[in-house]
Design a protein around this ligand. Structure first.
Ligand code: NAP
Length: 320
């Protein structure tokens, strides 16, 4: 008899066919709200789950006694209690690597947009307010040659360093648990403490995972250490930052600008003070959101799940 998979992320016809070739599939649209009752009904039969952006808590897992594997269509695994899944004997997989370059592209798009005020000035043009040559009031700041500070020198951090070093001639400094000699050598980069990075970098890019250790890592004290011309970029997770402190830093000119792909609450509330600030470029969590990369992530998740359900070791096992 075929095993049963609950799918809560829409797949392309080709990937769905690949999945259905080996397992029975129940598709749940919008499991976090409208689809929750259907999800709860489907969980008792589920051997596998595949999806993203759903907090898979103990109450949901208690409904799924047959569960063998969860394939997350993301690299971040902050929606899962990994220790609890391991205790239950449930494998968790993620989709690293395939999204690295695209997410770094998003990071650099935010660097450029925030520095050159692209969104603010494009909005001005659309509003018919480009009535004379642009003067100093609307000038931006250079990116090339400035110091790029990367907090979290992992896969995405390294791809950002590559763009900064080779593309924009930027000195690169970074903070992570340990120095990365290969990164130092390739990009002439330097490992430093968090405080040194905050003081020295012109562009401060967050590429950390959200963990107990990183929750609220960047708060009022950290924004005070940044220079008033610094630009803060977050492509990691909103909760790594104390958003109130960020808003204060932007409103009071403690920092120059921010490029934000992630927020404490998502979707960001429409009345968030962040959205009223000209010096904020806000994007709707689009780090990996291209056709090619989202398909590659879904393919990776399908492969991981099918391997796990066949009794093989999936390539991207998070809890070995
Ligand atoms: P990764 O390769 O695991 O890199 C994470 C890096 O963070 C590692 O170098 C690690 O340092 C460092 N780190 C972790 N905790 C730290 C701490 N407390 N202090 C200092 N450094 C710490 O992960 P990745 O593939 O680059 O992805 C990073 C994160 O980006 C994901 O977890 C996800 O949340 C986020 N992301 C967002 C989007 C988006 O759409 N915006 C897309 C993809 C990913 P060590 O190596 O020294 O341990």
């Amino acid at each position: 008899m075929k095993k049963h998979v609950v799918l809560y992320k829409k797949l392309s016809p080709a990937l769905l066919a690949r999945l259905e070739n080996e397992v029975d599939v129940t598709y749940i649209d919008d499991p976090a709200s409208d689809g929750l009752a259907r999800l709860r009904q489907a969980l008792p039969h589920a051997h596998g789950l595949l999806g993203a952006s759903l907090k898979l808590d103990a109450a949901l897992l208690d409904l799924a006694p047959r569960l063998e594997a969860v394939a997350s269509v993301s690299v971040g695994v902050d929606n899962y209690d990994i220790a609890d899944l391991s205790r239950r004997g449930v494998m968790l997989t993620n989709t690293p690597d395939v999204l690295t370059e695209t997410t770094a592209d998003t990071g650099f798009a935010l660097v450029l947009a925030a520095a050159r005020r692209v969104v603010e000035l494009a909005t001005l043009v659309r509003a018919g307010q480009w009535t004379a040559s642009i003067g100093p009031r609307h000038f931006g700041t250079d990116v090339h040659g400035k110091t790029l500070g990367i907090i979290g020198m992992g896969r995405i951090g390294e791809a950002l360093a590559q763009r900064g070093h080779f593309g924009f001639n930027m000195p690169v400094i970074y903070h992570s648990h340990s120095p990365k000699p290969a990164v130092d050598q390739r990009f002439g980069a330097r490992h430093c403490t968090l405080d040194e990075l905050l003081r020295e970098a012109d562009f401060i890019c967050l590429t950390l995972p959200l963990t107990k250790e990183t929750t609220g890592l960047i708060g009022a004290r950290e924004f005070e250490l940044m220079g008033k011309d610094s630009i803060f970029i977050n492509i990691s997770r909103g909760k790594v930052v104390d958003e109130k402190a960020l808003i204060h830093a932007l409103q009071t000119g403690q920092i120059r600008a921010a490029g934000l792909d992630v927020f404490e609450r998502e979707p960001v509330q429409t009345d968030s003070p962040l959205l009223a600030l000209d010096n904020v470029v806000a994007t709707p969590h689009i780090g990996s959101a291209t056709h090619e990369t989202r398909e590659a992530m879904a393919r990776c998740a399908v492969d991981n799940l099918l391997a796990a359900l066949r009794g093989e070791r999936p390539q991207n096992l998070v809890n070995p």
